[in-house]
Write a protein of this length. Structure first.
Ligand code: NDP
Length: 444
């Protein structure tokens, strides 16, 4: 039994019933074998045992009163996974599916993603099984205030800096920050994704989508290509999708299809993004409405068939597991050249295998969507310096970061003999820096 296999076996025994955490740990550790084999000193230092065990797990109750006067109780979590290279950093997710296993899986992934940005941020994740859907503003505020009334004692601008994630947007970040400031009497960068009027950063909203396109453009440049004239599909029509579409179009791509959770629009003349923005960002209506406003576009109920449209570039930017094996095979058959993940885990394991066996370049989420957290780290830098950078300044830094990540994962894959395997490249490049810092710190 190899060192990696032994650690995985012990991890499953010591953390029973945490299936998402087992899955993420297995995927990550197996791709790290070449690095582990090259560093026998890691086993002696029990590095992997420490890497997969969070530094601290905080679990607490979150009591609050709903609009009918009933007392509700939710579970709150913050997993402070690894601070070897910087303060814990990672989002808060409010969703009924949240449990310790989900938060640990996301936290483990976050360590590597944050390391890849090249910025000094460690890995953490948190949240609650609270469901914000259908709650009044007052209920959301009551919940956020109660959540922060416990969380405040565990976080800080130099300790742990949470951000938003699913179910935690600008409104929730505002309420959480307001309560932190009130209890601590400190106006500091303790949360990112803040509003521009109280310490937020320009380009944070656009960062994940823009970053995704910057990295893909770099992969193209290395192959003597560009977005110019490339038929592109961007799935989703939320924050990541809209800004991925915007930047891809700016670079000359012809984006022909997008969707929301009901169905997709196909516009052979190229999507008019201002119409999509008006429908999704302003009116919060359904994307189907697009066909009433743009001639020549068609709407198809259901999402999956979007991947049957022939394209050069696929940018899945909606949700997990949106590309399965069958869709991946269709994309490859139709000649897709680049697949870059804007969403977290949008391709199933089987789909990834299909892409990796094909000629297509596959850029995994951990690297390709790191522009969001990278810009959060830029928000932290502005907060500590009491500065406010221009949009051009933040955008230029973001672009640089994404280009660097691409080259780091490319180099790491090559170094270990897996040229072009960016799944391995991303895991290895992210891990090497964290491992190095952990070894330097001694047994802690
Ligand atoms: P939004 O909520 O803004 O948008 C999500 C989009 O996906 C919406 O258009 C939504 O449709 C659609 N969608 C959701 N579920 C499904 C489904 N089951 N089938 C089809 N479409 C679906 O989220 P974001 O754009 O912020 O995030 C998208 C993904 O990117 C997530 O995986 C997130 O974790 C990841 N991510 C986001 C970052 C960020 O900075 N925002 C950073 C890194 C990763 P509808 O309009 O109908 O709800």
């Amino acid at each position: 039994m190899t060192y990696v296999e032994r650690v995985l076996e012990e991890l499953k025994q010591n953390n029973p019933n945490e299936k998402e955490f087992h899955q993420a740990a297995t995927e990550i550790l197996l791709t790290l074998e070449p690095v582990i084999n090259a560093h026998p000193e890691y086993e002696k230092a029990a590095l992997l045992e420490r890497f997969t065990e969070p530094e601290r797990v905080i679990m607490f109750r979150v009591p609050w009163v709903d609009d009918k006067g009933n007392v509700q109780v939710n579970k709150g979590y913050r997993v402070q996974f690894n601070s070897a290279i910087g303060p814990y950093k990672g989002g808060l997710r409010f969703h009924p599916s949240v449990n310790l296993s989900v938060i640990k899986f996301l936290g483990l992934e976050q360590i590597l993603k944050n390391s890849l940005t090249g910025l000094p941020i460690g890995g953490g994740k948190g949240g609650s099984n609270f469901d914000p859907k259908g709650k009044s503003d007052r209920e959301i505020m009551a919940f956020c205030q109660s959540f922060m009334t416990e969380l405040f004692r565990h976080i800080g601008a130099d300790t742990d800096v949470p951000a938003g994630d699913i179910g935690v947007g600008a409104r929730e970040v505002g309420y959480l920050f307001g309560q932190y400031k009130r209890i601590r009497d400190e106006h500091v960068g303790v949360l990112t994704g803040r509003g521009l009027s109280y310490g937020g950063s320009l380009i944070r909203k656009e960062a994940t989508g823009y970053g995704l396109v910057y990295m893909t453009a770099e992969a193209m440049k290395e192959r003597g290509e560009s977005f110019e004239g490339k038929t592109t599909i961007v799935s989703g029509s939320g924050n990541v999708a809209i800004y991925a579409c915007e930047k891809a179009q700016e670079l000359g791509a012809k984006v022909v299809a997008m969707y929301d959770s009901n169905g997709y629009i196909y516009d052979p003349n190229g999507i008019q993004l201002d119409v999509v923005k008006q429908i999704k960002e302003v009116e919060r209506a359904r994307i189907k409405e697009y066909t009433n406003r743009v001639q020549g576009a068609k709407y198809v109920e259901g999402c999956k068939n979007i991947w049957s449209i022939p394209c050069d570039v696929a940018l899945p930017c909606a949700t997990q597991n949106e590309i399965d094996e069958e869709s991946a095979k269709l994309l490859v058959k139709n000649g897709v050249k680049y697949v870059a993940e804007g969403a977290n885990m949008p391709s199933t394991l089987e789909a990834i295998e299909v892409f990796q066996k094909s000629e297509a370049v596959f850029l995994p989420a951990k690297a390709a969507n790191a522009g969001g957290v990278a810009t959060s780290a830029l928000e932290m830098a502005q907060s500590s310096g009491r500065l406010f950078w221009s949009a051009e300044e933040v955008d230029a830094k973001l672009k640089n970061i994404m280009i660097n990540i691409y080259h780091n994962i490319d180099d790491a894959a090559k170094k270990y003999g897996f040229d072009g395997n960016y799944v391995m490249g991303a895991n290895i490049a992210g891990f090497e820096k964290v491992a190095d810092a952990m070894m330097a710190h001694g047994i802690v």
